[in-house]
Design a protein around this ligand. Structure first.
Ligand code: G4F
Length: 332
């Protein structure tokens, strides 16, 4: 039985990936922060339904010994390194911890693999945020990087570390340059989920406004459930390589807002307020990915279109909010 080790297994991507790998017959191991094991209700809600099928280890991206011991113990066949401080906005508030955690964390995982399981195939969650001030449109694997945030800078370093371990130590190490990917499991701080969860609250009379920053930013938004399949496919190839994973479509935050309010039968102009505190010191204005290489080599393509994604997220948040309000009424 193949053994897969996932860092960040309790996040959006980690949860979909864990389900997917269990379905393929893998033995799945995950690394989470100790606080998550102490308070599973809040931290492990995305993987609640598979907790009895996976093995979790507490560790920290800031501690090499903690990661070393896990890899030494499991000796995985595949490692998916997804854990990171992944909220771009927060990376401006605490540049130092984002840069330290993200770069050192990746370095620690790579080094632990080199020392304990050099045949293990390694996937690094790189990001379209690395393109930043884009040098060409659409962006491909050959587009030069120009990151615009401490988070983007940390991902460029992680990308380079991954490539260097491939070239210097012959580790099967791949970079997935994933463009924005969303789902009903997305964290509430990211713009898509902030929009869909607030629209659901407005619809049920639990909120009366939605405060947002830059509505003109454009992103290539796909469905997380599709993107984790690409991660796995990368590690099934004969040769390690780097791939752009995207939809090749771009939409503005404004379009997302309009569609989300439309699905709920509401006029967005009545509720959306622009709040400058949500603007970033340096914005990434336009992202759109050309995934031709993944289509050709991995035979991968996205299955969920932008409109379906917005609908899926709105419907899930409406159901969730309705269940919460019903529960509240029952409790009283
Ligand atoms: O949803 P976001 O916070 O995602 P962002 O910054 O594009 O980063 C996401 O995608 C990256 C891949 O490109 C990942 F690497 C990263 O980890 C993360 O998953 O913001 C999207 C856009 C930005 O342009 C932001 O300025 O939405 C704009 N925005 C406008 N108002 C807002 C808001 N973003 C947030 N989070 N909150 C707002 O109120």
């Amino acid at each position: 039985m193949k053994k897969a080790f996932i860092t960040g297994i309790d996040g959006q991507d980690g949860s979909y990936l864990a389900e997917f790998l269990l379905g393929k017959g893998y033995k799945v191991y995950g690394m989470v922060r100790r606080v998550a094991l102490e308070d599973p209700e809040h931290h492990l809600w995305r993987i609640k339904h598979v907790l009895n099928k996976i093995t979790l280890y507490p560790a920290s991206l800031e501690s090499y010994p903690s990661i070393f011991k896990i890899v030494e113990n499991i000796k995985p066949n595949e490692c998916y390194h997804l854990a990171a401080q992944s909220f771009v906005s927060y990376s401006f508030e605490d540049e130092f911890s984002t840069i330290n955690t993200n770069i050192n964390g990746t370095h620690f995982v790579l080094s632990a693999i080199k020392e304990n399981a050099p045949k293990c195939k390694f996937y690094f969650a790189a990001s379209s945020e690395m393109f930043g001030m884009v040098k060409e449109t659409p962006q491909t694997e050959k587009t030069p990087f120009h990151p615009r945030s401490p988070y983007g800078i940390s991902k460029v370093a992680g990308f380079d570390l991954t490539r260097n371990y491939r070239e210097a130590y012959n580790i099967f190490a791949c970079n997935g340059i994933l463009f924005n990917h969303e789902s009903p499991r997305r964290g509430f701080e990211f713009v898509t989920r902030k929009i869909t969860s607030t629209v659901a609250q407005i619809k049920l009379g639990l909120a009366d406004e939605l405060k947002l920053g830059n509505l003109e930013a454009k992103r290539d938004w796909g469905f997380a459930g599709d993107y984790i399949k690409a991660m796995w496919l990368m590690l099934q190839q004969d040769k390690a390589d780097d791939y752009v994973i995207a939809t090749n479509e771009t939409h503005s935050v404004r379009e997302f807002v309009e569609l989300a309010f439309d699905y709920a039968g509401l006029n967005w102009k009545k509720y959306v307020k622009i709040d400058k505190t949500f603007y970033r010191p340096a914005e990434v204005h336009l992202l759109i990915g050309d995934y031709s290489k993944a289509r050709k080599k991995l035979k991968w393509a996205p299955s969920v279109k932008f409109e379906e994604l917005v609908k899926m997220m709105i419907e899930a948040d409406m159901q969730r909010m309705q269940a919460i309000t019903k529960g509240r009424k029952c409790n009283h």
